[in-house]
Design a protein. Sequence first.
Length: 87
Amino acid sequence: MSLLEQLTAGLRFRTTKPTYDAGDELTAFVTGANGSTLLVRVGDSVIELPDEDPSLVDGTVRFEVESFDKSTHRGRGKLLEVVEEPE
């Protein structure tokens, strides 16, 4: 193994479009709302949390991914708890 290979072993680049599986639990910042649907963006991926309080925009929530389309990087989730209320 060369010195370069040793230095870069295990090195991985993060993607701007992460993918998720149903059942994944995440904590993230609510970046917007479309009516009563909260929008959570992680990189360029968007998770919608339908039928939630739009006043949670700019807050931090924990949610479970219910479905995710890896080709469009969009999904739906279910709110589990509010971690931090918006100011």
